[in-house]
Design a protein around this ligand. Structure first.
Ligand SMILES: Cc1ncc(COP(=O)(O)O)c(C=O)c1O
Length: 388
């Protein structure tokens, strides 16, 4: 039985006009397949669409009332409690337009002025560029490998803090490697951070997107010390595919930080979109079935990638997120691999160099397409390699 998402052909997606599918150009007479920016091709959940329609029908485009913030906080907390075993105090779940705004507010208001920022790499691309925009030094900490897995290099993080850095940017599930860090790894991070009196920005935007036996563990639950030094950020925007609706959540985890957020968070909160808050509430509360359907469909795409024969490419199938890491250094290309595969395969991926020095020679492939589109993308990548 074909799944309804199987009908999402490349032609259908191009007609939709999304950024993901509107890269100009072609490859060997074929249209380009959009597999870079972290959006899903799947149509949004009915409950989310209904919430946006109800916003329009009810002219709910005014400033954000406290009651709708409270509803979103309660829905987010209940979802986290049910899925991850930790329900944050809804009073400490605050609205922001997006995770990047939460990050900039954290740097500005919760770190020592002028202190450097530690970033395990490869990393989500804006974390490489935004610190300089805030006048901060960025210290890249390449992740280590343990067998097939990417792991955090605790010694390098320790050295970074000893050198004066004040904040670690943690991302779990991790973009772009797909790692879902386990509780013991995260507890070990907390020990290092605490020893240096430093802080963590824990980006858990991909939390609901885990596969197989992997389970998201909120960083603050992994150590007694972590709630005291962490600002957590999340959003329904990845798991329910709503980034344009501009609503995310900051989760505070101690009274002093909550009070400091109340004093300093106004500008960060102010950009949050009212329809986005209503849609996020609907997602967390009423669209869990849609999420489960998407997770099951993505399981199929993961299996498809795992079975693909891509000579010269070391494929990391993600345990979390719908982003796969393809290490193409084995091909010995004289150009960035994403440039080669855009031109020769017509598959547009994120180049690893944009994810930091440690990502050079790699690519990030977005798996949240239909099965037929993924099959086509993998066939094209394989053919491009064979014709080298
Ligand atoms: C790890 C990670 N953090 C943050 C973001 C951006 O989130 P937002 O649009 O809420 O700023 C993304 C988007 O792909 C992401 O993958």
């Amino acid at each position: 039985m074909p799944h309804r998402f199987d009908a999402l052909t490349a032609e259908h997606m191009r007609a939709g006009g999304s950024w993901k599918w509107s890269t100009p150009g072609e490859s060997h007479g074929r249209g380009l397949i959009g597999a870079f920016v972290a959006e899903m091709d799947y149509p949004v959940a009915d409950a989310v669409a209904d919430a946006v329609r109800a916003s329009a029908d009810g002219s709910r485009f005014g400033y954000l009332p406290d009651g709708w913030v409270a509803d979103m906080a309660a829905a987010c907390s209940a979802f986290w409690g049910d899925r991850f075993g930790w329900a944050p105090d809804p009073a400490w779940v605050r609205p922001v337009p997006d995770v990047l705004t939460a990050f900039t507010a954290t740097v500005r208001h919760f770190t020592r002025p002028g202190s450097a920022i530690l970033l395990p790499t490869p990393a989500y691309m804006p974390f490489l560029t935004v610190p300089a925009m805030l006048g901060r030094e960025l210290v890249q900490v390449p992740m280590a490998r343990s067998g097939e897995r990417f792991v955090l290099d605790l010694d390098a993080i320790d050295r970074g803090f000893a050198g004066g850095a004040g904040l670690l940017v943690l991302t779990t599930p991790h973009n772009p490697t797909g790692r879902v860090f386990d509780a013991s790894e995260l507890a070990a991070v907390a020990e290092v951070v605490e020893r240096h009196g430093a802080r963590v920005f824990s980006d858990e935007i991909h939390a609901p997107l885990t596969f197989g036996d992997a389970r998201h563990r909120p960083y603050v639950t992994t150590s007694g010390a972590a709630p005291g030094h962490t600002i957590t950020a999340t959003s329904a925007s990845k798991a329910w595919n709503l980034p344009g609706l501009k609503a995310g959540q900051v989760v505070l985890s101690n009274a002093a930080d909550a009070a400091h957020w109340t004093a300093t968070g106004y500008l960060a909160e102010h950009g949050t979109a009212t329809p986005g808050v209503l849609a996020s509430t609907a997602a967390y509360r009423d669209a869990r079935g849609w999420l489960d359907e998407v997770l099951a469909y993505l399981e199929g795409n993961r299996a498809h990638l795992a079975a693909a024969d891509l000579p010269g490419i070391d494929v990391t199938v993600p345990d979390g997120t719908y982003l796969a890491w393809l290490d193409a250094r084995g091909l010995g290309l004289a150009e960035p691999p994403s440039a080669f595969f855009t031109r020769e395969a017509g598959v547009v991926m994120t180049d690893g160099a944009a994810c930091g020095e440690a990502g050079r020679g790699g690519m990030r492939l977005n798996l949240a397409v239909s099965h037929p589109v993924l099959t086509d993308a993998l066939d094209r990548i394989r053919s491009a390699i064979r014709s080298m």
